[in-house]
Unconditional design. Structure first.
Length: 171
């Protein structure tokens, strides 16, 4: 799932004409829902940390945040910021959720300077990356889309997928 076999890391992609695109190789786009940053919209399918039914939503959220940060620290994560995307509801193309900001403000009071959660846009995020991530590596070459149901760089897997779907045509 992660190019470079590493998550939460920046790199620059050098295009065939020599331009560079700043990229952040992050987590799943609902990591914030998994961590509990969206009230009543928790996910569990991308973590082994199942919701403890004996804990409140707040306690589960704080535990998941702590566990996630500890895992990054154990992996040698070098930065003092982490992008965490979320969705207003547990679905693609969700509407905004007005409960997120009050919940984040509440969590920030509890976390009291140990962790600060802030909602920002992509422009601000990438300005932070440019400012705080020295020596960003540059890569070039083929970069296939992992989300598609088969791409030109994976003909064997595409053929296998086609057979699984009931097609018999060989590619």
């Amino acid at each position: 799932m992660y190019p470079l076999r590493k998550k939460q890391t920046p790199f620059q992609w050098k295009t065939s004409n020599g331009d560079k695109v700043l990229v952040w190789n992050g987590e799943h786009y609902m990591l914030g829902n998994v961590l509990g940053l969206v009230p009543n919209q928790e996910l569990e399918y991308i973590t082994d940390n199942k919701r403890n039914k004996n804990l409140t939503q707040e306690q589960n959220c704080l535990k998941r945040i702590t566990d996630y940060l500890n895992g990054l620290s154990e992996d040698g994560y070098p930065y003092d910021f982490i992008p965490v995307m979320l969705s207003g509801l547990v679905t693609d193309n969700a509407p905004p959720n007005p409960e997120i900001i009050p919940w984040i403000n509440h969590l920030n009071k509890i976390l009291d300077e140990t962790v600060h959660i802030e909602m920002i846009g992509l422009s601000d995020f990438f300005e932070n990356v440019r400012t705080n991530c020295p020596n960003i590596p540059v890569y070039s070459g083929d970069w296939p889309d992992w989300w598609a149901d088969g791409v030109g760089s994976t003909p064997a897997a595409t053929n296998y997928f086609a057979k699984l779907k009931g097609h018999t045509k060989q590619y």
